[in-house]
Structure formats: structure tokens, C-alpha cells
Design a protein around this ligand. Structure first.
Ligand code: UD1
Length: 388
């Protein structure tokens, strides 16, 4: 199908979980706009599979149905990663791709990179070099290893190149291109579902005070009863000042119920919503007074939207959102969170600025670079030599 019949193999583009989709959508558009690139083939690992976590985002982003769906579903990290590898290998054999493009830091990103590199297919990593320096996060392991395997590393912010260089990645492999997630945000913002419509559907009255938006799904915040109880108590206090809207990730929903906390969060103070679509989420973020989150993507999106963001973590792999954007790391520090919410409601929240390269054109820059890179790359020299 690929190089075997004398043509250049396609670009295999991998997605697996929700945060991958908004990164891949602009890349697929940018790849298909260029005649000097081979065609793209979209592979979905099936890490996320249900309508709320998957199909409604595909619909909102205008993503085509995947060419290949590996349908791996949920499981432990080892099982999920291994199963993706087992099912991805025949796809690589079948397509003989020119390269495999992976985005972000989910299990699918690492699993498919490992398969590709062992078959001497170059891996292209979009959103490379981000580091939380917290190896208890599964995503940090995925980032570190994917970047070691990748042949071309596209970065979103200045700290990434420093991290990669320190880890011994050759500087010529690293390319600052900006942020494809913000490409999606800027393209879709005009079509965002107004927050009032989403909230009216949920039976949540928005008064003059407006609302705060909550998203939480990191294992460190939601997997353990003590941490989740503490978080819910903080949200209860915040909701006395500002009503909160919380589209709940399935793992968080399951734990709220298991730990007997679901009954404590209720309209009118806190509205639990099902996982939001992309266009609903954009509308909610853009209209929120403040966003409380532990998501990586939401830290970036709020910076792009100039909405104050309180990140319930002790670290971030996206320091530019703190240094230049609207983000503040608050952990589960109740007093800090309450005082920052007061300041934001008094009009003293961070406004920040949009970082360089977060301009809606990152995917075009990647496509242009990749076209040149693939054209220059000699077929008999698959990998850059690694210095001993
Ligand atoms: C994964 C990513 C994380 C990303 C997040 C976005 C890894 C290591 N983690 O975490 O980086 O921020 O996706 O959501 O790859 N579930 C459903 N429906 C689905 C998918 C999952 O109900 O479509 C439930 C399952 O019960 C599953 C749980 O959610 O056990 C967690 O899903 P999983 O893919 O294991 O990890 P996430 O927490 O979503």
C-alpha cells in the first residue's frame, strides 16, 4: 500500500483520547492542503470510545471518521499500552507509512511511537518537550519516552526546547512551531455554543454573578477519597461566592459516586454536567469568570481566551501559561484559592498575553516543515545518529 508499490507511504496520524482530537484536526487540514505531502491516514486507537468522550468531539471538530479504529477500550496502563501496540503493528505493516505523527502525551502516543520506531518508521511528535518533572503522572512518562523515540519534535513554548536539549535530544530535531490546540480554538470559537444555552439545558440559572467552570480528572485529584473530598470541600466554599458548572469526566463521576460525594454537589451552587462537547466547552470557557482545572489543555485554552485559570496541581508542564498567560498553580490550597477567587471577582484576575506562535497557524507551519523534511530525508538513512 505504501512504499512497496514505489510511492511514498502515507502519513499515519494517531489519535486515542479526547485531548488528541483538537490537536489532530488542524493538522489533517494542513496536510491535505499541501500537494507536496503524501496523503494522511487517521488511526484511532479507541482509548476513548463513548459518544460523550469521543463522537461528539469528532462531530464538533469536523474530523473525518478514522480510516482505522483499533478499538482497544479501557484497561490498566500496561494492558492498554500493550494492546494498542499489538493492534497498531499490522497497521504499520500494511501502510508502510512515511512517518507516524503522534500528538500530546496519552498512552496511545507512546504505544504507537514504540511500534513505529522499532520498524524504522520515523516518529513525529507534536507538542514535544513539555515536562512537569513529576513522574507520578502517567503523562510525564509518556512524554519523556515519546520524545526519546521521536525523529522530529515540534514544540509549543520556549521551555520545551530547553528540556529536550537537557535530555540529550539533538537541537536540529527540535522545531518551535506554536500551538495546534490554539489553531482549533481560534477556528471554532465563532461557532461556540453560547454558555447560556448549555446551562439552560442543564437547568442551571445563571445570575448576574456569572459562573465558574470546573474540570477535574487527574488521578492525583480524583482517584483517592481524601483528595477528592478535599477538592469537593473547596468547591463547596467557592460556590458560596460563585456558582460553579462542572462537566464531569467519567473517571471523576465514578469516584464521586463511589466515595459518596455526588450528593454534596447540587444545583443551584454546583451543576454537574455530562462531559461537554468541544463547542459547548469553548462557550463555557469563554463566558466563565474563572476556570478551576487540572487539565493541561484547559490551562492553554484559558490563556488564549484571557480567562483567569486556577490549576489544582502543584506543577505544570506548560509554564508559559503561568509566566505569560492567565494561569496560577494553586494545588489544593483552600485559602489561596478562595483569596484568588475573591480577587478575580473584584476584577483583579490575571489577564496575561497570548504566547508567541499561539496564532492559529501552527499546523500550517508543521505541514510546511514536514514536507521539506520528508523530501530531504534519504530513504537509506532512517534515523539521525544519536551521540554516545
Ligand atoms: C486519558 C489520558 C489523559 C487525558 C485524558 C483526557 C493517559 C495516560 N491519560 O486519561 O492524559 O488528559 O485521557 O480525558 O493516556 N471512560 C469512559 N469512556 C471513554 C473513555 C474512558 O467512560 O470513552 C472511563 C473508563 O471507565 C476509564 C476511565 O474513563 O477507565 C479513564 O479513562 P482512561 O482513558 O483510562 O484515562 P483518562 O483518565 O481519560
Amino acid at each position: 500500500m505504501g512504499a512497496a508499490d514505489g510511492k511514498r507511504g502515507p502519513i499515519l496520524c494517531v489519535v486515542g483520547a479526547r485531548p488528541n482530537y483538537m490537536k489532530m484536526a488542524p493538522l489533517l487540514d494542513a496536510f491535505s492542503a499541501r500537494t507536496d505531502l503524501p496523503g494522511a491516514v487517521l488511526v484511532h486507537t479507541g482509548q476513548h470510545y463513548d459518544w460523550l468522550m469521543n463522537d461528539q468531539l469528532f462531530r464538533d471538530l469536523g474530523l473525518p471518521p478514522p480510516d482505522v479504529n483499533l478499538e482497544v477500550g479501557s484497561g490498566s496502563h500496561a494492558l492498554q499500552t500493550a494492546e494498542i501496540m499489538r493492534r497498531f503493528e499490522p497497521v504499520v505493516d500494511d501502510y508502510l507509512p512515511s512517518c507516524v505523527v503522534v500528538v500530546g502525551d496519552v498512552n496511545s502516543t507512546l504505544a504507537c511511537s514504540l511500534v513505529a520506531v522499532k520498524k524504522q518508521i520515523p516518529v513525529v511528535h507534536v507538542e514535544a518537550g513539555l515536562r512537569s518533572f513529576d513522574r507520578t503522572m502517567p503523562e510525564e512518562i509518556n512524554r519523556l519516552l515519546t520524545d526519546q523515540l521521536a525523529e522530529v519534535l515540534y514544540t509549543t513554548e520556549p521551555a520545551a526546547a530547553e528540556n529536550l536539549t537537557r535530555e540529550g535530544i539533538a537541537p536540529e530535531k527540535i522545531h518551535f512551531v506554536g500551538n495546534v490546540m490554539i489553531d482549533s480554538l481560534l477556528a471554532h470559537l465563532p461557532h461556540a455554543v453560547p454558555a447560556q444555552a448549555t446551562l439552560a439545558k442543564a437547568g442551571f440559572p445563571v445570575g448576574e454573578r456569572g459562573f465558574g467552570l470546573v474540570t477535574l480528572h487527574r488521578p492525583s485529584n480524583v482517584d483517592e477519597p481524601g483528595a477528592l473530598t478535599e477538592t469537593v470541600e473547596i468547591l463547596e466554599e467557592v460556590s458560596e461566592r460563585l456558582p460553579l458548572v462542572w462537566p464531569v469526566h467519567p473517571r471523576t463521576r465514578a469516584h464521586l459516586e463511589r466515595f459518596g460525594l455526588a450528593g454534596r454537589v447540587a444545583i443551584p451552587a454546583i451543576a454537574l454536567l455530562p462531559p461537554a462537547g468541544y463547542l459547548e466547552m469553548l462557550g463555557l470557557m469563554a463566558a466563565a469568570r474563572v476556570v478551576l482545572t487540572d487539565s493541561g489543555g484547559v490551562q492553554e485554552e484559558t490563556t488564549a481566551l484571557s480567562i483567569p485559570c486556577l490549576t489544582l496541581r502543584d506543577n505544570t508542564e506548560r509554564p508559559v501559561t503561568v509566566e505569560q498567560g492567565t494561569n496560577t498553580l494553586v494545588g489544593r490550597n483552600r485559602r489561596l484559592i478562595l483569596s484568588l477567587v475573591e480577587a478575580i471577582l473584584a476584577g483583579r484576575g490575571k489577564t496575561g498575553r497570548r504566547p508567541d506562535g499561539w496564532d492559529g497557524h501552527a499546523a500550517e507551519r508543521i505541514a510546511a516543515h514536514l514536507a521539506g523534511w520528508l523530501a530531504r530525508r534519504p530513504a537509506e538513512e532512517p534515523f539521525t545518529r544519536v551521540a554516545p
